[in-house]
Design a protein around this ligand. Structure first.
Ligand code: C2E
Ligand code: CA
Ligand code: CA
Length: 567
């Protein structure tokens, strides 16, 4: 397709000589003698680049271009003016309505060059947009079943609970867990397990009304929203009994007949909870109860289920003292470049609990988050990691970087910026050697405040990595406005990319997107040589995973620094 250029000026002879400048450039050129005429033309004509005069009788060029920006944001818009109009259009430039200010009278070559560059920018923007759209679609659905994945399901669930609908909306949220799937995988192979998942998803689709939301949350877990009048318990119960007997029918897979059990937990909106997270928690509690008590088809949530959660309370009590008792440890995991050179290490937290032994973050992080203990713990992690980095720098690995995970609540802590910069100063570490890892969902929850905080950290040179990238697709559209340096492709993609074409495409697109935005791309969870080769062949810059090293004590990392890795 030809590049299209629109020229707008109220003086016909200027329009003529302007058009002549581009005679030989091969663009398709449109002209308009007024902003109104131009706006009319834009309704039917796709235009890439616009050059507009500033002083026109009915509307200034900057007003005109602001309007165009609103309706046709993809256009590249430039002002051509002979007067010292720069101040008058400053605000239009600042708000992004104007890409460039060009001087009248113009120099032909200069003008051609500017327009050439504008087209180049346009092509780049379009390519970037296309990649984002592609990725957004790819990331919305579960790769195996085509059902909504966890993130888009939670988003749809949240959308279903719009405040204005509170009076009229009611629904049941059902969680389904397939029994013994991991045993089935072990015994018959992953492919067999996948077929079962697919067959179950087909049964759910056949059973469900088109209005229901169906999702595979992950692994062996499905979720369904049944829109219905929940006061009509009879209908709900019949529907669920139907589903249960349908799921109990034997599966015919590769000539074998197999019966797969499932557990169901159900919560009701709005009676049990009126926001998505608590609603899911209620259904989850019901599901756990259903799993514990064999023999029942399904379990509805009720408050008495809340009593069973005592172990986490004990852990919470212990967690309060863990810092004082010096029970936290940091392990480090190398991040390597394509030649196996360790460019940095990620600090990963462990809790050496006096009774339970070494605990991973998944056992205690959510407690730390809800109790606010994550703030002092997070501060300790940061200081300890920087102190250790100083030791490595002093040994001669002076370019080594350390990555520290920052959680949502830490991010809301107004002191974060201060203690990060203090810690760097105390140990005389260059900010460029510190990487803060944050997750997509974290930024999304408060995009403006977070962007400001990120920017101020970036200004002093601290690097920002977006962790678990791809699992929270909603931030894609903000990606080019966020001050980040590194994209970390979530390990779930790396795990599946060699088995699923779709996932391989996602990985390749993320790498391309990163390149386009000038970001370094790191793949997490690299476990095999085949995964490494695939990633390197597709130009992924950085790798991390068990293939190189699992998270390890600082002293072990020191040995690995001496040897480095070979790829
Ligand atoms: P993450 O940031 O995504 O960290 C990567 C996790 O993947 C780590 O789990 C790591 O041990 C594991 N891993 C690394 N390579 C491989 C591999 O090749 N295969 C597989 N299957 N797994 C691999 P870990 O240490 O249990 O940490 C879990 C999560 O806890 C982290 O996920 C991070 O979100 C959080 N976390 C860890 N340390 C901290 C911390 O100091 N502060 C905060 N706020 N969060 C932390
Ligand atoms: Ca991380
Ligand atoms: Ca991660």
């Amino acid at each position: 397709m030809k590049n299209t250029l629109l020229l707008v000026d109220d003086e016909p002879n200027i329009l003529k000589s302007l058009s002549r400048v581009f005679d030989e450039e091969g663009y398709e050129i449109f002209t308009a003698g007024s902003p109104e005429e131009a706006l009319d033309l834009l309704k039917n004509q796709n235009v890439d680049v616009i050059i507009s005069d500033q002083r026109m009788p009915t509307m200034t060029g900057s007003e005109f271009l602001s309007r165009v920006k609103k309706q046709y944001p993809d256009t590249i818009r430039m002002i051509l003016s002979g007067y010292a109009d720069f101040n008058a259009i400053q605000s239009a430039i600042n708000e992004g309505s104007i890409y460039k200010f060009l001087n009248k009278p113009w120099d032909n070559d200069e003008l051609k060059k500017n327009v050439y560059e504008a087209f180049k920018q346009h092509t780049l923007n379009m390519k970037h947009k296309e990649q984002e759209q592609e990725l957004t679609v790819l990331l919305k659905f579960d790769k195996l079943t085509g059902l909504l994945n966890r993130f888009s399901f939670i988003q749809s669930l949240t959308d279903a609970i719009q405040p204005e609908d509170k009076e009229t909306t009611s629904f049941a949220l059902m969680l389904i867990d397939i029994q013994h799937l991991s045993q089935i995988n072990n015994e018959f192979g992953q492919e067999f397990g996948d077929q079962i998942i697919l067959e179950i998803s087909n049964r759910l689709k056949i059973w469900a009304d088109p209005s229901y939301l169906i999702s595979r949350l992950g692994g062996d877990e499905f979720a369904i929203v049944i829109f219905t009048d929940i006061k009509n318990k009879k209908f709900l119960e019949t529907t669920i009994v139907e589903l249960c007997s349908f799921l109990r029918q034997p599966f015919n897979i590769n000539d074998s007949k197999i019966i797969v059990g499932s557990n169901l937990g159900i919560s009701l909106y709005p009676t049990d909870a009126n926001t998505s997270d608590p609603l899911i928690k209620c259904a989850k509690l019901a599901l756990l109860k259903n799993q514990a008590e064999a023999g029942k088809d399904c379990q509805f949530y009720d408050v008495s289920l809340e009593k069973g959660i005592t172990t986490s309370i004990q852990l919470e009590t212990d967690l309060h003292q863990a810092l004082e008792k010096n029970e936290f440890r940091l392990l480090y995991q190398p991040m390597v470049n394509q030649s196996g050179y360790i460019m940095g290490v990620e600090a990963l937290l462990r809790w050496n609990h006096s009774k339970h032994g070494i605990l991973s973050p998944d056992k205690f992080l959510s407690i730390a988050e809800t109790t606010g203990l994550i703030l002092p713990i997070g501060k300790w992690v940061l200081q300890t990691a920087i102190k250790q980095l100083k030791i490595w720098h002093d040994m001669g690995y002076s370019e080594l970087q350390v990555a520290v995970n920052i959680s949502a609540n830490q991010f809301r802590d107004p002191n974060l910026y201060q203690y990060v910069s203090d810690a760097l100063k105390t140990f005389n570490i260059s900010p460029t050697c510190l990487i803060l890892e944050i997750t997509e969902t974290l930024i999304m929850n408060n995009i403006e405040i977070n962007t400001t905080l990120l920017k101020s950290l970036r200004e002093i040179g601290v690097k920002i990595a977006m962790d678990d990238f791809g699992t929270g697709y909603s931030s894609l559209k903000y990606l080019n406005t966020l001050p980040i340096n590194i994209l970390k492709i979530d390990q779930s993609f790396v795990r599946e990319m060699l088995h699923s074409k779709n996932t391989a495409d996602i990985v390749i697109t993320i790498i391309a997107l990163g390149k386009n935005l000038n970001l370094a791309v790191l793949a997490e969870g690299v476990e095999t040589k085949e995964q490494q080769d695939f990633l390197i062949n597709n130009h992924c810059e950085l790798l991390q995973g068990y293939l190189f090293s699992s998270p390890d004590k600082a002293s072990e990392i020191t040995k690995k620094l001496l040897q480095q890795f070979r790829i």
